[in-house]
Design a protein around this ligand. Structure first.
Ligand SMILES: CSCC[C@H](N)C(=O)N[C@@H](C)C(=O)N[C@@H](C)C(=O)O
Length: 349
């Protein structure tokens, strides 16, 4: 069964005849066109078409697995009017803006527009061998960049210096940075998403580095917290508690396991150390064409792990005025358990 066949089955289950795909990662996943932010896909029961504009005529012809129509709105909508007339057309409720929905209503007066969620994401949640190759390659590049740059994380160097060196190393290896690299030193460590600043790293501090690479559109994601000099007993205590929670959650990964249970496991361990109130985010998330995608590893998640999912496990504690620790591995769920894809060394404090 092809991905389009599976998507059409999902569309039938959702009670729609056609699907207007606007989320860039979904456009890429369904069509193969790598500039998804400048494309849309219309899938019907018997056709699928990629819409993009003349900047991409050659690229779309090379990459897309479906016919293309080169135009910009409103010509795009005019072209799609016939295929959507009298149809129940799903649109991606978690992506399409209100303004763009108005445009669809104006141009497709004979279609009934139906909000849908997660139809394409459902296809993306377990990875094919080709997707896994790209994610593994991205993680290898990130691991290598971290190993190269780790020795320069020392007093007197700015967070930005570290981030730039990491980005350079990944770019030189043929990847892009998956997101703005987080380098959070000393008290900045209390900000889970403290993007690298001009702060000079001091002695006896912890430094959290959260980085990822992107290869062929697929991301990696990994965090290490490193010690500079001789951090205080309190910082070491935070570090050990997070490492314990991280290792326990990774060890509990198995197909059929509930994502919410993993989140609970890590949270309970941190509660035992009196630190749960400082764990300010979910335990992890899926990784693929988006850095954050399904499944969600959080307390309210209904997701169940399946072989082929790529997820992160990343407990953290963030203590205002003191600092923070996050340790994150990228993990493949396998038929028998799991495989940790991130290999960068972890400190033993
Ligand atoms: C701006 S992308 C940064 C990615 C980073 N590695 C990351 O995943 N951070 C987590 C703390 C995070 O943002 N988790 C999300 C899923 C959440 O808890 O809502």
């Amino acid at each position: 069964m092809t991905a389009l066949d599976r998507l059409r089955s999902a569309m039938r289950r959702a009670g729609i005849d056609a699907l207007w795909i606007s989320d860039p990662a979904n456009v890429r996943a369904v069509s193969g066109f790598s500039s998804g932010k400048d494309g849309k896909v219309l899938v019907t029961a018997d056709s699928a078409i990629l819409y993009t504009d003349a900047r991409y005529t050659v690229q779309a012809a090379e990459e897309a697995s479906m016919p293309q129509f080169i135009a910009r709105p409103p010509d795009t909508y005019t072209h799609a009017r016939e295929a959507t007339s009298g149809q129940r057309v799903g649109f991606e409720a978690d992506h399409l803006t209100v303004a763009l929905l108005d445009d669809l209503r104006d141009h497709w007066p004979d279609a009934s527009l139906v909000p849908v969620r997660g139809l394409v994401h459902g296809l993306r949640v377990t990875k094919t061998a080709r997707e896994l190759d790209a994610i593994r390659a991205a993680q290898r590049i990130a691991d290598h960049a971290f190993a190269q740059v780790r020795p320069m994380i020392r007093p007197g160097v700015t967070e930005l210096d570290v981030a730039l060196e990491l980005e350079l190393a990944m770019r030189r290896a043929g990847a892009q940075s998956a997101f703005d690299i987080i380098v959070a030193s000393g008290p900045n460590g209390a900000k889970p998403h403290g993007v690298a600043s001009g702060r000079v790293i001091g002695d006896n501090e912890l430094v959290t580095v959260d980085m990822g690479a992107r290869v062929d559109g697929y991301h990696s994601d990994m965090t290490r917290t490193v010690a500079v000099g001789d951090p205080s007993a309190e910082l070491r205590r935070l570090y050990r508690a997070v490492l314990e929670a991280e290792q326990a959650a990774v060890a509990a990964i198995r197909p059929g396991g509930r994502a919410a249970d993993l989140d609970r496991l890590a949270r309970d361990l941190l509660t035992g150390h009196g630190l749960c109130e400082y764990f300010a985010h979910s335990l992890g998330h899926g990784v693929g064409l988006d850095v954050h995608e399904a499944p969600g590893l959080r307390g309210t998640s209904e997701d169940v792990l399946e072989a082929g999912m790529v997820i992160t496990i990343e407990p953290g504690v963030y203590v205002p005025g003191v600092g923070g620790v996050r340790i994150e591995d990228l993990v493949l769920v396998t038929e028998t358990g799991y495989e940790v894809l991130s290999t960068a060394e972890k400190e033993q404090l």
